[in-house]
Design a binder for this molecule. Structure first.
Ligand SMILES: NC(=O)c1ccc[n+]([C@@H]2O[C@H](COP(=O)([O-])OP(=O)(O)OC[C@H]3O[C@@H](n4cnc5c(N)ncnc54)[C@H](O)[C@@H]3O)[C@@H](O)[C@H]2O)c1
Length: 315
């Protein structure tokens, strides 16, 4: 039972966690199909969080990945854990720099001869300022990091994919791109732009059999929440754990979002199972963007009900 203010006590939260039906959790016990056998991906932001988990899933299903990130140590460590240079290679790639993105694609093609998935995923929170006091350079930085980088990823993936007769591009947007006000304006506008860019690119590239889709994650327990506070990367695991501890009640489904949830969506969009899907924004958010929860709805409407009920009593 929820407290009057709509929040839950630790005990209530623990009970809720225990009650998660098995069908809501991914089943990793049934054997993993090798859908990405001999396929090659470039994953920007592949050293952490959603990108790293997607790299793991891609390799688990037989593929090879280029992990493209600005975190050298974490990127190298991720690649070693993925099986070393036969399976995964790291390249330092700052997605603010076009030449770095081109080099990541060139490494994939030069090493393994093809590019099947371009996952334009690197990012962090944009500038938090309200529009009234927005520094123009902060706005430009946010758009460069989150939108221009995605455009450049699409641009440089197109040549190799055209040459091999097709491919899949997946971009990371956000529910912030669907719901204005759910984050600061710059990030929200950037992610809305990623959704629109995805559709524009899908139309342009469909004749080349290049499918372009995006994922719109809800809150996912990753180190991203520490990056805006400039916390050192040694605290990444602690940041993700703290985020996980408070996200259980954030959305209608009674558990928090995890990198695995988004990785599965990317794997679907990358694969031939989604061979007729392009220009799609796949929301993966435990129902957050679907609408207001009953508990929130009741809280918002309670004052009105009370006010009108008072009239009924005096009538
Ligand atoms: N975690 C969430 O709640 C959430 C929700 C919606 C969307 N997203 C989006 O998901 C994507 C991945 O975020 P995450 O949650 O996995 O965070 P994360 O911090 O765990 O991973 C992001 C990775 O991107 C890298 N990166 C940052 N700037 C870069 C740059 N200039 N060049 C190259 N790499 C860079 C970081 O080093 C990091 O490894 C981001 O685009 C983010 O906006 C996250």
């Amino acid at each position: 039972m929820a407290c009057r203010d709509g929040h839950q006590s630790d005990g209530q939260r623990a009970l809720r966690r225990r009650a998660i039906p098995a069908m809501l959790l991914p089943d990793r016990t049934k054997g993993i199909p090798m859908r990405m056998q001999d396929k090659v991906a470039v994953i920007t932001g592949g050293a952490s969080g959603i990108g790293r988990r997607t790299a793991e899933r891609y390799v688990e299903e037989g593929g090879r990945v280029i992990v493209a990130d600005i975190q050298d140590a974490a990127g190298e460590q991720a690649c070693a854990a993925l099986g070393g240079p036969e399976r995964a290679r790291f390249i330092r790639c700052d997605v603010l720099r076009e030449a770095d993105i081109a080099a990541a694609v060139a490494l994939a093609v030069g090493t393994w001869g093809r590019l099947d998935l371009m996952f334009n995923n690197a990012g962090r929170g944009g500038v938090p300022d309200p529009i009234e006091t927005m520094p123009a350079e902060g706005w430009d930085w946010t758009m460069s990091l989150l939108v221009r980088s995605v455009m450049l990823g699409i641009k440089h993936a197109t040549g190799p994919m055209r040459a091999q007769g097709g491919g899949a591009i997946v971009n990371t947007a956000s529910i912030a791109g669907l719901i204005p006000g759910s984050t600061a304006a710059a990030y929200s506008v950037a992610k809305a732009s990623v959704i629109h860019l995805t559709k524009c690119a899908a139309l342009e590239l469909a004749p080349l059999r290049i499918r372009v889709n995006c994922v719109c994650p809800g809150p996912i327990a990753t180190p991203i929440f520490g990056r805006g506070l400039n916390l050192p990367s040694q605290l990444d695991a602690s940041v993700a754990a703290r985020a996980a501890a408070v996200l259980d009640d954030f959305q209608p489904l009674p558990r928090g979002g995890r990198p695995d949830d988004i990785a599965e969506g990317v794997m679907y969009l990358a694969d031939e199972r989604a061979g007729f899907v392009t220009g799609h924004a796949l929301t993966i958010d435990g129902g957050f963007a679907a609408g207001m929860r009953k508990s929130d709805h009741d809280r918002v409407w309670a004052p009105l009900r009370t006010a009108v009920a008072g009239l009924a009593e005096s009538a």
